[in-house]
Structure formats: structure tokens, C-alpha cells
Write a protein that binds this ligand. Structure first.
Ligand code: NAD
Length: 375
């Protein structure tokens, strides 16, 4: 079974889907690992490291592969190079990538979307949304502390007491909790808010203070948040305004699956922040939690610097790739019959396989995507 590791081509993408330290595990399964030259360059993994680990460098890896591993969905032109009957594992945001999904269907490629892996306990090692959110949350805290020209922890010195920085985190999912934990370790005073009922307990368990706005929780399906109504959004902004105004650092991470990120903070709320305040919005690419944010830029709103995240996980490309590669390896292993020559044999009756399969045998098999695109 030939497994290809692609060189990512999307601007801003620095990760790679397989790392040298895991190549040996693929070889042990009975796979031959073909790596496009330079695939790991931007994530600080050299071609030599892949070869030393037992992989073969091959510019034509994709054309020969039984299974292609990627981070971003490949271009339709690359999909058309794949063998009919071959498989793909990558992120594949089906709503935004209809053209790729159609190309996969028409090329007879079986594809699996990492973001569709069901979030059940058995699938935790395959949960790339969580591993990458963990990276993004940490990065958000580090970016904010780098931009802030103040101390984070309280210090008592002979020259007087330095007060701690006040940090507010909005959205306490995987990324938000990691931002909270990192800011706590750096000594800041952290307050956080999320609309899910269980969030307050999770925030408190990290030693941070949950913000209680006295509003009803907005729990939706499968442990995710529901969308806010316009009235709820306005009321939530009004109640959050004093917390935001009092923050030296505001970090926002809120998301609702499949939808634009909710706007939690208006321009006026940022304008009320003190001179030198820092805002880090890692939902910027999904539309932003903060009004006026721009992905990949730092804009000034009032007296605050507002940093908009773009390709945030690619800012820590080696660890993000290591975690993603481990997720991919776990999924791949569950679908492979090991042996002298391994066989890729996904069991479509399995909940995880069925949950993340998008195309198979020339058809779209993920029901919401089939409804969206047809056939
Ligand atoms: P996400 O990236 O979809 O959203 C980030 C956070 O934003 C969520 O906590 C959400 O509640 C919050 N949010 C949405 N709208 C908001 C609003 N208007 N105001 C404030 N906050 C808002 O979330 P995620 O990190 O993927 O986690 C979602 C859920 O999945 C959580 O309950 C998490 O514990 C759960 N989870 C389960 C597993 C598993 O069982 N394997 C793995 C990871 C996450």
C-alpha cells in the first residue's frame, strides 16, 4: 500500500500531514511512504529526515498512491491526477470546497474529512479539530502576551507592586480553554465566558473566573453551541461590555459549527478599552468575533491593537503537524489491514469511518454534502 504525503500549496499553510517520527509506524503497518520533495520544509522537517525514517522522496507520489495524506484539500487538478479507487485523508470543509468534492467524486476517489470525524471517546486520538484548536489557543495567548507592553503576573518589588494583567477570554471550547490555561500559567487574572452550560465548571477548573451574565445557556446538538438570536446577541454584548472595557487583553475563540463566527464584541466595546489594550481574535478567518477585525493584520480600534488570526496553527507548524499527523495515523490505522503488504480496507459500517467519509465509488456519501451538491 503506497501512501503519499503531499507538499501543501495553499498560501499561508505551513503544516504537513505526516512527520518523519511517525513514518516508521506506517512502514511497520506494511505501507510504503512516498513523500513529495520539500513537503516538510515549512514545518521544519527536512527531506533527509523523511528518508532517514524510511520514506522515499518522489515528485510523482500522488499519481501512484493508494492513499494520499494532506492537510488542506488538494486542488481539483491534483485530484484528477489520483488513481481511480485511491483514497484521500485531509481537512475537507465541504461547504467551502464544493469544487474539490465534485472532483473527488468524478475521479472515483474515496475521501475522508478530518473535521467530520465524530467526536466520540473512541475517536479522540483522531480528533484533528481538537488538536489544532489546542495549538491555536496556545498561540493566541502567546501572541497577546507578546503584544501587551505590560507584566502579566503580579509582582511585589522593592520599587512597588506591579498589578497583574486582566485577561478576558470569550469562547471556552478547546482553543479558549487552552488560551485560559496558558494565560493562567503566565500569571494573569483570567475571566472567561461561554454560552454552553458546562463551560463555567471547565473555566473554574483551570483556576479562572467564569463570567456569569445571568443569560440562558445556548447548548445545541452534539455538545456544540447554538446560534444567538439578534436580541440575545445585543443583550450579551451589553452585559459583556464592562468586562471588555476593564480588560488589558481580550482573546476571542467563539464558533458555531458550519456558520459564520458570532460577533460578540462591537467596535464601540473595543473603543471603550484602555490605552495599550490588546485584542486577539482567532475566529477572524470565520468572519471574526470582534467587529472590524481583519485576518492576518493588526488594526487599531480606539486605543487597542486588534490582531486577527490567519492560519494560526501554521504559526507553530512543527507541533501542529506532529499532532495532526498522529490524528491521521490513528484514523489510517483503524482503516488498514496490516501485513507484509498492507491493505486499505475501511469498514463503512463503522461509525467513525461512515461519519467522515465524503465520497466513495463515484458518489457523495456524506448525506448533508449530497443534499448540498447532489449525487
Ligand atoms: P467550537 O470551536 O465549535 O467553538 C468554540 C467555543 O465557542 C465553544 O465552546 C462554543 O460554546 C463557544 N461559543 C459559541 N457561540 C458563542 C457565543 N455566542 N458566546 C460565547 N461563546 C460562544 O468548539 P470546540 O472547541 O470544538 O468544542 C465544542 C464542544 O465539543 C465542547 O463541548 C467540547 O467539550 C466538545 N468536545 C468534545 C470532544 C470529544 O468528546 N471527543 C472533543 C473536543 C470537544
Amino acid at each position: 500500500m503506497k501512501v503519499a504525503v503531499v507538499r501543501e500549496t495553499r498560501p499561508g499553510e505551513a503544516r504537513v500531514a505526516m512527520v518523519p517520527e511517525l513514518v516508521g509506524e506506517l512502514t511497520a503497518l506494511g505501507c510504503l511512504v512516498l513523500v513529495e520533495p520539500g513537503a516538510g520544509d515549512r514545518a521544519e522537517f527536512t527531506d533527509e529526515a523523511y528518508v532517514d525514517a524510511g520514506a522515499v522522496l518522489d515528485e510523482g507520489a500522488v499519481r501512484q498512491a493508494d492513499l494520499v495524506l494532506a492537510v488542506q484539500p488538494p486542488d481539483p487538478a491534483v485530484v484528477r491526477e489520483m488513481r481511480s479507487g485511491a483514497a484521500l485523508i485531509s481537512f475537507l470543509p465541504v461547504r467551502q470546497e464544493r469544487e474539490v468534492v465534485v472532483a473527488l467524486r468524478d475521479a472515483g476517489v474515496t475521501s475522508f474529512a478530518m473535521e467530520l470525524v465524530p467526536r466520540i471517546s473512541r475517536a479522540q486520538p483522531m480528533d484533528a479539530l481538537s488538536s489544532q484548536a489546542f495549538v491555536a489557543g496556545y498561540r493566541a495567548a502567546i501572541v497577546a502576551s507578546g503584544l501587551l507592553r505590560r507584566f502579566l503576573p503580579m509582582s511585589i518589588t522593592a520599587a512597588g507592586t506591579v498589578p497583574p494583567a486582566e485577561v478576558v477570554v470569550l469562547g471556552a471550547g478547546v482553543a479558549g480553554l487552552q488560551a485560559i490555561a496558558t494565560m493562567q500559567r503566565l500569571g494573569a487574572v483570567v475571566r472567561a465566558y461561554d454560552v454552553r452550560a458546562s463551560a463555567a465548571e471547565e473555566i473554574a477548573s483551570l483556576g479562572a473566573v467564569p463570567i456569569d451574565l445571568g443569560l440562558a445557556p445556548l447548548d445545541g446538538a452534539a455538545g456544540y453551541a447554538r446560534e444567538m438570536t439578534a436580541a440575545r446577541s445585543a443583550r450579551q454584548q451589553e452585559l459583556l461590555a464592562p468586562y471588555v472595557a476593564n480588560a488589558d487583553v481580550l482573546i476571542t475563540t467563539a464558533a458555531v459549527p458550519g456558520l459564520r463566527a458570532p460577533v460578540l464584541v462591537s467596535r464601540a466595546m473595543v473603543e471603550a478599552m484602555r490605552p495599550g489594550s490588546v485584542v486577539v481574535d482567532i475566529a477572524a478567518e470565520a468572519g471574526g468575533n470582534v467587529e472590524g477585525v481583519r485576518p492576518g493584520e493588526i488594526v487599531r480600534i480606539g486605543q487597542a491593537q486588534v490582531w486577527g488570526g490567519a492560519d494560526v496553527t501554521s504559526q507553530l507548524p512543527a507541533p501542529a503537524s506532529q499532532l495532526y499527523a498522529r490524528n491521521v495515523l490513528s484514523l489510517l490505522t483503524s482503516m488498514t489491514l496490516p501485513g507484509d503488504s498492507a491493505v486499505f480496507a475501511p469498514d463503512f459500517a463503522d461509525e467513525i469511518v461512515a461519519g467522515c467519509a465524503v465520497t466513495r465509488d463515484g458518489a457523495i456519501v456524506h448525506p448533508p454534502t449530497r443534499d448540498l451538491i447532489g449525487g
